[in-house]
Write a protein that binds this ligand. Structure first.
Ligand SMILES: Nc1nc2c(ncn2[C@@H]2O[C@H](COP(=O)(O)OP(=O)(O)O)[C@@H](O)[C@H]2O)c(=O)[nH]1
Ligand SMILES: [Mg+2]
Length: 226
């Protein structure tokens, strides 16, 4: 199903600046989050492969927007955009500012951007930088941009903490979806994959790559003779 589609993800290209990104006319889904929120682990888990995070970690690519193609070879039908994590204390100020501008630019102007997945460690909640990002994308969300917050590392929360984290994040999400996610416990993977599939196929395809049974068009014969 949707997980098979996610599994087709492969490295497409990397770009240090917005104008280096190829213009595309297929849906693009961006992954954003504070560094250490669990973004790489989440992308690896959703796509069931380790190479993607490795591709993003190659020297020169860590501060870049990395694109991954989805769909069977030759019929790419969507791309995932892995954006560098923000908020890492050890990054020099000038680099932070540069990066925040690239990201804001990307989120505001990328024309084929269809949806955003924000990874958030629920033990810290949405941080100031997460809120700034939400403010940046809000006008586009109003215009129909899809938005999902994944509360990562959900295995670290008990039931009560999970419920609380969900309701707080839902208030902050302003209409976007919020789901619990755990790579460790394999929680929330199918729901997230299905949602991304639906974002990329809004024309109403209910499920990927499953052909309905062919109707039997042969007329029954000799009914009268029975
Ligand atoms: N318990 C638990 N730890 C996780 C989970 N996902 C990620 N982590 C840990 O959180 C840390 C940061 O993860 P990483 O994917 O590198 O975060 P990134 O900086 O956002 O890409 C690592 O030590 C991961 O092992 C999860 O679902 N459960
Ligand atoms: Mg990472």
């Amino acid at each position: 199903m949707a997980s098979g589609w996610m599994h087709t993800a492969r490295f497409l290209t990397t770009a240090p600046q917005l104008h280096h990104l190829p213009p595309l006319d297929i849906p693009e889904i961006a992954f954003v989050g504070r560094s250490n929120a669990g973004k790489s682990t989440c992308i690896n888990t959703l796509t069931q492969q380790k190479q993607l995070a490795y591709a993003s970690k190659k020297p020169g690519r860590t501060q870049n927007i990395n694109l991954f193609a989805l769909g069977k070879q030759g019929v790419t039908d969507a791309v995932l955009a892995d954006l560098p994590g923000y908020g890492y204390a050890a990054v020099p100020k000038a680099d932070k500012v540069r990066w925040q501008q690239v990201m804001a630019n990307y989120l505001v102007t990328r024309e084929n951007l269809t949806g955003i997945v924000m990874m958030c460690d629920p033990r810290h909640g949405l941080t100031e930088l997460d809120e700034i990002l939400l403010d940046i994308i809000r006008p586009r969300v109003v215009e129909g941009l899809k938005f999902l917050i994944l509360l990562t590392k959900a295995d670290k929360l008990n039931r009560e903490e999970s419920t609380k984290a969900l309701s707080i994040a839902r208030l902050q999400a302003g209409g976007g979806e919020v789901k619990l996610f755990s790579a460790l416990k394999k929680q929330g993977i199918d729901e997230a994959s299905m949602l991304l599939w639906q974002w990329a196929h809004p024309e109403g395809a209910a499920a990927p790559a499953v052909k309905p049974a062919e109707p039997d068009l042969e007329e029954p014969e000799n009914l009268d003779e029975a």
